[in-house]
Design a protein around this ligand. Structure first.
Ligand SMILES: *[C@@H]1O[C@H](CO)[C@@H](O)[C@H](O)[C@H]1NC(C)=O
Ligand SMILES: *[C@@H]1O[C@H](CO)[C@@H](O)[C@H](O)[C@H]1NC(C)=O
Length: 339
């Protein structure tokens, strides 16, 4: 206000246009106060790129940087110090699914705070995820990395993902610091109601879901925790043949017989539910978002109700219909009773 009124109320000798350039007390005051403001600002923390480039060149080129925002309070600590870089939650998903953003944010919320998150996607799925401000916030905070793997890596198909996960170069180049890998998928989820923390499972080398109640190895990998050292030991003397079994089955057979490796067995030691139901699991893998699920877990309406009460977050990842969309004669067990 002061500046505006100065120009009109005290015309300079030149008048007209030149008056705008005339030196007045108010202008001197303005300049001095600007200089003081800048000087003060220079004393405050300022912005710097968030994450130090201390990984490999491959890794750095794969990480999707955030071009439009650079927000990192320059404090004396590296933002990565807040996290334990040996704990990485990994999601690989090439499809730009609409629920990826809430899913990733939810998982960030339930996994202990020192875990870092890595999302490896296609150009499309990474671009879709990166659009969300809440995701960019997590990137800036050093919590989450988004990556598109360079050629010739290919995660476009399931087989491509299996090949990636069974290639030791993947761990060397893109997750060099990881020791614990929480591998989850777009159709698997941890339950916030679980009384156990992921950190209580760190002593296992490979733990997932059992395929049968008496399974000698609970290693179904859609939602599983693996130790990179065990993975590396297997990969140091074994190669997966292309177009053979899925990576979790392949690893399972090998980690199970690896000397000294700790693998979980049966329902008692299982991490998650996929084909066998048990109470108080850490989470669920809903195969194909509900299209490949097992009747033993999902057929019984009472059991289903129990599951949804315990883990309502399943609705994030599972295709569902409203109760009122039921067909007439639906017996709630997947078939229609005539009449
Ligand atoms: C990371 O977590 C592991 C397992 O809890 C722990 O042994 C290790 O000391 C932690 N590292 C750091 C740097 O805190
Ligand atoms: C398996 O696939 C990879 C590419 O994903 C290829 O480089 C490799 O040669 C294949 N191995 C065999 C034995 O065909």
């Amino acid at each position: 206000m002061a500046v505006l009124s100065t120009r009109s109320s005290s015309p300079s000798p030149g008048g007209g246009i030149t008056s705008a350039f005339a030196i007045t007390k108010a202008k001197i005051f303005l300049v001095v106060s600007l200089i003081i403001t800048w000087w003060f600002a220079s004393l405050l923390p300022h912005y710097k790129p968030a994450i130090k480039a201390h990984f490999s060149a491959q890794l750095n080129s794969a990480i999707q940087k955030i071009p439009s925002i650079k927000v990192d309070w320059e404090v004396d600590t590296d933002p990565l110090d807040m996290y334990n870089i040996s704990k990485v939650a990994l999601l690989i998903e090439p499809r730009p699914l609409p629920h990826l953003v809430p899913h990733i944010l939810y998982m960030i919320g339930v996994v202990p705070p020192d875990w870092r998150f890595l999302f490896i996607g296609s150009e499309k799925s990474v671009a879709g995820v990166a659009e969300a401000a809440a995701i960019r916030h997590q990137q800036v905070a050093g919590k989450l990395d988004l990556m598109v793997l360079p050629e010739p890596w290919d995660i476009g198909t399931k087989e491509g993902v299996y090949r990636t996960l069974t290639d030791i170069r993947f761990y060397d180049e893109f997750m060099p610091t990881a020791e614990w890998i929480l591998k989850y998928e777009a159709d698997s989820i941890l339950c916030a109601n679980s009384e156990m923390s992921v950190d209580e499972w760190l002593h296992w080398d490979f733990v997932g879901a059992p395929r049968r109640a008496d399974d000698h190895f609970a290693g179904n990998g859609g939602l599983s925790l693996r130790r990179a050292s065990a993975i590396r030991r297997v990969l140091s003397f074994q190669n997966r043949l292309n177009d053979t079994e899925p990576e979790d089955e392949w690893f399972g057979k090998r980690v199970y017989v690896l000397p000294g490796a700790k693998t979980a067995k049966g329902v008692e030691e299982a991490f998650t539910v996929e084909d066998v139901y048990f109470e108080n699991s850490m989470g669920f893998h809903i195969r194909d978002g509900g299209n490949g699920i097992n009747a033993a877990v999902w057929e019984d309406p009472d059991q289903r109700k129990k599951i949804f009460n315990y883990c309502p977050e399943i609705s994030l990842i599972m295709d569902m219909k409203l109760e009122r969309e039921r067909c007439k004669g639906d017996n709630k067990k997947g078939s229609i009773i005539a009449g």
